[in-house]
Design a protein around this ligand. Structure first.
Ligand SMILES: NC(=O)c1ccc[n+]([C@@H]2O[C@H](COP(=O)([O-])OP(=O)(O)OC[C@H]3O[C@@H](n4cnc5c(N)ncnc54)[C@H](OP(=O)(O)O)[C@@H]3O)[C@@H](O)[C@H]2O)c1
Length: 311
C-alpha cells in the first residue's frame, strides 16, 4: 500500500509532521506536501488546481487554524471561516478528483462542554459547546458532517478521527496560547534555570488525557490502511483511554525536566472542566491501542524542546 500518492495537508504542524514521519518510516515514497505559503487551502481555485495537477489518491487533512482560548475568543470569525473553508475546499476537491480515501481530523474539544465521562462518540451534538471555542468547534463538526454526507451521497470513503489532547515534537511552547503539557515543560525548564517557584492555576485536581502525536499518526495510518468509513461510522475517538490529574502531571514533568523547586497551586484561578477523557472502545474494536507511555513521551518531547529551542 506504500506505493501510492499521498497528500498530507498541514505537514509542518504537530499532527501533519508526525503523519509524514510515520508514512516515511513505513516506506511511502510519494508523499506530496505544500506549505501554507505555497498553497492557501482557504482558496478554492488554488486547491482544485493543486488536486488536478497532483492527483493524490489518499489525503490526510491535518491543516487547520488552531489556537488556545485566547486566540479562539479574540478571532472567532477567522477560526470559523478558515476552518470551514479548508474543509469545504479539500473535501470537495477530494471528491471531484477521485481521492480513494480521505482522513479528516476532529478534536475532543468539540464535544459538548458537559458531556458525560468518558466521552463516547454518540455524545457529539447532544449539548451546548464550550463558548470560548464554539466557532472552531462548529467548523470542525461541519467537516465531520461533510465527510459523512459525502460518503452517503457520493459513495466516497472519507473518515474522521476525534483525537484527545496531543503533545510531541514541534509543539507550540508560546505561553500565551500553548496547551497544558508544553506550557508545563517550558515553565519547569525556565524555573530550573532561573529558580522557582512555579505557580500553576487551580488546585491540580482536574483529570486530563494525553496522546503522543506519533501515536496519533500511527492510529491515522493504521485506520487509513485498514478501516473504511463503513467500519468506522461517522468518526472514531483516538486517545489512550487513561487520564492523569494535572497535579500528578506537573510532578511528572518537573521530575523529567529536573526541577526540584516548589510548585505553588494558585487556587484563586479556575480549574476548568473536572475531567476530560475519551471512551476508546470503538478504536480498540478496530484493532488499535497506543504505544507511547506518558513518561517516555514527555522525556522525548523535552529532548526535542531542548534541541529546537537551543536551550
Ligand atoms: N494539537 C492538539 O492537541 C490536537 C488535538 C486534537 C485534534 N487536533 C487536530 O489536529 C489537526 C492539526 O492540528 P495541529 O495541532 O497539528 O495544528 P498545527 O500544529 O497548528 O498545524 C496546522 C497546520 O495547518 C497549516 N495551515 C493552517 N491554515 C492553513 C491554510 N489556510 N492553508 C494551508 N495550510 C494551513 C499550518 O500551516 P502554517 O503554520 O504555515 O499556517 C500548519 O502546518 C487540527 O484539525 C486539530 O483540530 C489537534
Amino acid at each position: 500500500m506504500n506505493n501510492v500518492r499521498v497528500y498530507v495537508a498541514g505537514h509542518r504542524g504537530l499532527v501533519g509532521s508526525a503523519i509524514v514521519r510515520r508514512l516515511e518510516a513505513a516506506g511511502y515514497d510519494q508523499i506530496v506536501t505544500r506549505t501554507h505559503a505555497e498553497l492557501d487551502l482557504t482558496r478554492q481555485e488554488e486547491v482544485e488546481a493543486f488536486f488536478e495537477a497532483e492527483r493524490p489518491e489518499y489525503v490526510y487533512l491535518a491543516a487547520a487554524k488552531v489556537g488556545g482560548i485566547g486566540a479562539n475568543s479574540t478571532y472567532p470569525a477567522q477560526f470559523i471561516y478558515e476552518n470551514l473553508a479548508i474543509a469545504l475546499n479539500v473535501i470537495e476537491a477530494a471528491r471531484k478528483y477521485g481521492v480513494k480515501k480521505l482522513l479528516n481530523l476532529g478534536s475532543s474539544c468539540i464535544y459538548p462542554k458537559f458531556a458525560p465521562q468518558p466521552i463516547k462518540e454518540e455524545y457529539l451534538l447532544t449539548g451546548p459547546l464550550e463558548p470560548t471555542n464554539e466557532a472552531y468547534a462548529i467548523a470542525k463538526i461541519a467537516a465531520i458532517k461533510l465527510c459523512r454526507y459525502y460518503n452517503q451521497q457520493y459513495g466516497t470513503n472519507f473518515i474522521s478521527l476525534m483525537p484527545t489532547n496531543l503533545y510531541g515534537p514541534g509543539d507550540n511552547y508560546d505561553l500565551e496560547n500553548s496547551h497544558v503539557l508544553p506550557a508545563l515543560i517550558r515553565k519547569f525548564h525556565e524555573a530550573k534555570k532561573a529558580g522557582g517557584p512555579v505557580v500553576l492555576w487551580g488546585d491540580g485536581s482536574p483529570m486530563r488525557e494525553f496522546l503522543h502525536a506519533d501515536d496519533l499518526a500511527d492510529a491515522a495510518v493504521f485506520l487509513m490502511e485498514h478501516a473504511d468509513a463503513k467500519d468506522i461510522g461517522e468518526f472514531v475517538n483516538v486517545g489512550t483511554g487513561e487520564d492523569i490529574s494535572i497535579k500528578n502531571l506537573a510532578e511528572l514533568v518537573a521530575r523529567i525536566v529536573g526541577y526540584s523547586g516548589e510548585i505553588v497551586w494558585d487556587t484563586s484561578k479556575p480549574n476548568g472542566t473536572p475531567r476530560k477523557l475519551l471512551d476508546v472502545s470503538r478504536l480498540a474494536a478496530l484493532g488499535w491501542k497506543y504505544k507511547i507511555g506518558l513518561e517516555a513521551g514527555i522525556a522525548s518531547t523535552y529532548k526535542d524542546f531542548l534541541l529546537r529551542h537551543n536551550r
